[in-house]
Design a protein around this ligand. Sequence first.
Ligand SMILES: Cc1ncc(COP(=O)(O)O)c(C=O)c1O
Length: 479
Amino acid sequence: MPLYRQIYEAISRGILDGRFAPGARLPSSRRLAADLGVSRITVMNAYDQLLAEGYIEGRHGSGTFVASKLPEEFLRVKKGEKHASGENNNRTINFSDYGNYLKNSAGRIVDHHSRSTIAAFQHSLPAMREFPFDVWSKIVQQKLKYPSQSLSGYGEAMGYRPLRTAVAEHLRSTRGVDCDDEQVFITAGTQQAIYLISRILLSVNDTVWLEDPCHLGARDIFEAAAARIVSVPVNEEGFDLEAAKKLSPPARIVYVTPSHQFPLGITMSLERRLNLLEWAGANNAWIVEDDYDSEFRYAARPLPALQGLDRGARVLYLGTFSKTVFPGLRLGCIVVPPDLVEVLAAARALTDLHGPIIDQMVLAEFITEGHFERHVRRMRTLYSERQAILVEQAGKYLSGCLEVARADAGMHLIGWLPEGVDDRAVSQRAKESGIWAAPLSRYSNTRAGRGGLLLGYTAFDEREIKTGVKALTKSFNRH
Ligand SMILES: Cc1ncc(COP(=O)(O)O)c(C=O)c1O
């Protein structure tokens, strides 16, 4: 801390905790400087700051004094006590209904959305050491060296136009999404996309159908919106629409991951997709299609998005750059039917106006110059190799404990435990050996069915995967 700031802090603290009484005279700047062995300018800077903030007052010709009119009750509170909760603090917090909900659920929510631990086999993480940061930083430098007008003011709530154009083009050509630039809305990742959708389309007690098991980011948002959550089983063809119809009245929103069900990895059959679209049309429901990792399909071409089959403007398509670029970037998109655009833009404007323009600019150029496509292609090969190593190692060392089979898509595999084994206990013990493998039941409201571990492989090289499997083997042997 600069010297003047230390002097300022010491005096202001003395005033607040009552050691320097209102009206008391302070030493002259010359004297205090001599006592402290600092320059007079330093003391004068501290006094100027105290004067500007009203802690002290100067009386012409007679010196500097502690301000005479400071509120009594403020002075009696010692500084440390200001932040203390409980008895020292005689105010109550009247939270809103939403605040009250969060107060009671904060621990769980923060636990679901905490900082990533980068350790084998944490899932959903890209291979950061392989990202072309040299290219990325060159684009950043160039954008900042020759700043365009777009950087100097506020931007559009819908996002930076050239990025929307680039994303629309990318989604049309690689995902079969039926859209023009006007429908593409840039968000701070899928999380914000789902939040904004819940704000504009969901009222208290509206029914939401979720896959069981389900992405926690989605479930937490819909629960916080006070929706009626109905967990719908997933079978070998994906979301089980017939089961949903038996379980509850029609939903207002159906949240699905048709390309690659999270976390089970199942692809929704074409018949199911068509049935779901037809049902949504007949029941005035919205389908939220979370297409979070479809770029990573190893065997065949990715299946086109459900949105591309939609003729009734029922689907809101969500994409994210968390898997293809990196999660900390916090950029994703929603493709919305044209008649939702304006309301969604208003909801975003009220939230945070829009995301940082510089990041959107850099990403737009990263895509249009071909770097994005090149990187994704390279990662597809690398991830497929990493998956093969994991399956081979697990087959060698974990057979009988954990059944791990190859999959033709995604960023994690499910390691299936023997029937009846509690995956939460296994996951906890693995964590004690430094291995992060989330239990499958964490993503389920019902905890029905066989237990398993989510084994992310994309962020770890061959050595890390081998060491991880050994540590997991040790953990199994020990228990
Ligand atoms: C199903 C699903 N959707 C979306 C995301 C990405 O969310 P975001 O874009 O907010 O980082 C994840 C990340 O793990 C996910 O598992």
